[in-house]
Design a protein around this ligand. Structure first.
Ligand code: AMP
Length: 249
């Protein structure tokens, strides 16, 4: 069995995001970049399945500029077998990424594609769903537990009413939640070994598909600053302020 895992390079989740003065986006120069956090869970789960003997090969794929290769290298250092870097010079919307991933799926023929449930930069939560739709494959989204069987996969997913368990046919697309597992750190020897693992290159614009963006971003701005709070000395004062000043009761 083979798993393809999509990993995206994003601004590290610890970085304080700075909006550009002209409102065209956020600063990314000299900013720490990392793997999108749920994509680490996706890789970890694939590696666990390989360790359990149920999976033979893990291929990590990223779409992005030259430096996005680092993200694939990190996936290789924690256990992926080989990588694919689809070069793209600028941001591609989820539909374009899904179309590119479909091309990779047609070439690699995996039994499952793992993605993160959401990218923390664009917060789209769309790529996995769109990929499943254009492949016409079953999908399991927001997955917090995976039980791989012979021809199906049982997954647990978080929904408004609680936890839902589904059994879906393979091949399938699965988007991974942060609750799925605890991603491991890459050891130094494994980082060194990963340097020798192969990364195939592809060029997004040469794939013969329409990946042009369809959304026009008008403006990016900081959220309004929160006002500082106050301390009240009694419940009566609190009620009075909520009623007369905040006017919320
Ligand atoms: P999104 O739909 O943008 O929230 O992204 C959901 C998931 O799709 C991410 O967690 C990744 O697994 C995958 N993905 C999105 N963009 C890329 C990309 N440029 N390269 C590789 N995987 C991606």
């Amino acid at each position: 069995m083979k798993i393809l895992v999509a990993v995206k390079r994003v601004i590290d989740y610890n970085v304080q995001i700075r909006v550009k003065e002209d409102g065209t986006g956020v600063h990314t120069d000299n900013v720490k970049m990392s793997t999108n956090p749920p994509d680490d869970n996706a890789i970890e789960e694939a590696v666990k399945l390989k360790e359990s003997g149920k999976v033979k090969e893990i291929v990590a794929v990223t779409v992005g500029e030259e430096k996005a290769q680092e993200t694939v290298r990190k996936a290789l250092a924690v256990g992926a077998d080989r990588g694919i870097h689809v070069k793209a010079d600028s941001y591609i919307e989820p539909l374009g990424i899904a179309k590119i991933l479909k091309k990779v799926v047609e070439k690699e023929k995996p039994d499952m594609v793992f993605l993160g449930k959401q990218a923390i930069d664009d917060d789209c939560n769309q790529t996995g769903q769109m990929l499943a739709a254009i492949l016409n494959w079953p999908q399991g989204t927001f997955t917090s537990k995976i039980n791989l069987k012979e021809k199906t996969v049982e997954i647990v997913r978080e929904i408004d009413e609680g936890l839902e368990t589904l059994e879906i046919n393979l091949p399938a697309v699965i988007t991974c939640d942060l609750r799925l597992n605890e991603p491991r750190f890459a050891s130094l020897p494994n980082i060194m070994k990963a340097k020798k693992k192969p990364i195939d290159q592809m060029i997004a614009k040469d794939l013969g598909i329409d990946i042009k963006n369809r959304i026009q971003q008008l403006k990016v701005e900081e959220p309004p600053k929160r006002k500082s709070g106050i301390k009240v000395s009694s419940v009566a004062e609190l009620v009075s302020k909520l009623k007369n000043e905040a006017k919320v009761i």
